[in-house]
Design a protein around this ligand. Structure first.
Ligand code: PXG
Length: 459
């Protein structure tokens, strides 16, 4: 690639002239100019101005093994030379999706043994939606087709992903959602628990909103409940420990399938291969993408439990669904190598036993006391910092989101890529982070908070 022949300014101009970015105010971007990231190594990204930035977001929640892994490049190169592409339609297969499916069945919860591939989390959720509805139709209950989701859920940006998700701004631009999807309250104790209500009780109450919706429309109409174990893009909202067991109980009681979206939590982030295992959830489907390849190739895998899979196989008939790149041989080769690295380097145990607990203590001891911080919370290597004007009342700064953007911009200036969503700072670092990297991140966060506080005081 010969981009080195272009100056930063030229690249920004060309970007502005021709490139429409995702989730972007294009007018804004054209005046500000984009940050051009040109390389990355280990936990750092490098931009075209020569800055080295510690990446607390693992790209976009995906680069779990860190950047610059020659082995992954090698796996892609070898596979491209041998067989760059062949489809898995019409009774064809290629070796790497076959072997990856076996590996995924090994690491998934015991009752999950089948895989359907796509190239993105959105596609995988599209598959999941169609599959659970197809399942109930095969079972002779086509009217059992409603899905219950939550406010602020993020399940992707295709029409099905947006409809499953609970983002009001996204719905507003859709011009018509996929029918029969309802959204109920989310398990976000910091803002939604009543004064004096314990986390435990709040978790049960939030789960019972699902039961109320089932009772409202009738269990014979409800196909499934879908949820992220921890709502990621919605602000790393970690539910109380009472929430998921209650959801599981409700789904079993009313024979409602449980769809877990582990696009962010999958592949080690929570200290197990899947959050289902960390939290003791037994889902019927698990949506995965992102860290399946650590972002080195686009690939998603919908993991399908035995209940759905056996009906699909035994009842037969074509499932009219699939993508050109379902089971892409190169992406699957990279995924196989990526899973091998995660296992060989013990990254999951490290998150569970060392860096996860250290991350929690570091945020609690060094960040939670800051004047701007209402709460910190972590689970494995996921973290959230609530930015507030007033700690006891949890009052936020105006306009909404502005304080968090100020913290984020100062953090990036100080060499830490943090993300702001609403008034919450969120973190999802690569699993290769060490105690030293966590210390470095905390120092930079404190500096960013101090600078943001000064700015906010000026008004
Ligand atoms: N489910 C979840 C839980 C996700 O986080 C998707 C599905 C969709 O995956 P694809 O690969 O189609 O993007 C996601 C994606 C953000 C942000 O701003 C988060 C995602 C994507 C883009 C931005 O935090 N998550």
């Amino acid at each position: 690639m010969t981009y080195q022949n272009f100056s930063l300014k030229q690249l920004q101009e060309i970007d502005a002239a021709h490139h429409l970015h995702p989730f972007t105010d294009h007018k804004d971007l054209r005046s500000a100019g984009s940050r051009i990231v040109t390389g990355a190594k280990g936990p750092y990204i490098h931009d075209s101005e020569g800055n080295e930035i510690l990446d607390a977001m693992a790209g976009l929640w995906c680069v779990n093994v860190g950047y610059g892994r020659d082995e992954l490049a090698e796996a892609a190169y070898q596979q491209m030379k041998e067989l760059p592409y062949y489809n898995s339609f019409f009774r064809c297969s290629t070796p790497t999706p076959v072997l990856l499916s076996k590996r995924l069945a090994e690491i998934a919860p015991a009752h999950i043994n089948q895989v359907f591939y796509g190239s993105s989390g959105s596609e995988a959720n599209d598959t999941a939606l169609r599959l659970v509805r197809h399942y109930w139709a095969l079972e002779g209950k086509p009217e059992k087709n409603r899905i219950i989701s939550r406010n602020m859920a993020y399940h992707g940006s295709t029409v099905a992903g947006t409809s499953l998700g609970g983002m009001a701004d996204m719905h507003a631009q859709l011009g018509g959602e996929v029918p029969n999807i309802a959204h109920v309250t989310m398990p976000y104790a910091y803002e939604l628990a009543e004064p004096g209500e314990s986390e435990h009780d709040f978790g049960l109450r939030a789960a019972r909103a699902v039961e109320e919706e089932i009772l409202r429309v009738g269990a014979d109409k409800v196909a499934a409940f879908i949820g992220e174990p921890i709502q990621g893009a919605g602000g790393v909202k970690i539910p109380p420990a009472s929430y998921w067991p209650e959801i599981q109980r409700i789904c079993r009681k009313y024979d409602v399938l449980l769809m877990l979206d582990e696009v962010i939590t999958g592949y080690g982030r929570t200290g197990e291969w899947f959050a289902a295992q960390s939290m003791g959830i037994e889902p019927d489907t698990i949506t995965t993408a992102k860290a399946l390849t650590s972002g080195y190739q686009p690939l998603s895998a919908l993991l399908v439990g035995d209940r759905i899979a056996s009906t699909l196989v035994e009842k037969g008939g074509e499932f009219f669904h699939g993508y050109t790149y379902s089971g892409h041989p190169v992406a699957c080769a990279v995924a196989l190598k990526n899973l091998e690295i995660i296992e060989r380097e013990g990254l999951i145990e490290r998150v569970r036993e060392e860096t996860g607990p250290y991350f929690e203590t570091a945020l609690k001891e060094r960040i939670a006391g800051h004047d701007l911080v209402g709460e910190v919370r972590t689970f494995g290597l996921l973290g959230a910092i609530e930015i507030v004007r007033d700690k006891p009342t949890k009052q936020r700064f105006e306009p909404e989101g502005s304080a968090a953007v100020s913290v984020r911009d100062h953090a990036i200036d100080k060499g830490l890529m943090l993300r702001a969503t609403g008034d919450t700072m969120i973190m999802s670092p690569p699993l290769i982070w060490t105690r030293e990297t966590i210390d470095m991140a905390c120092e930079r966060i404190v500096k960013a908070l101090d600078l943001a506080k000064e700015d906010l005081a000026k008004g």
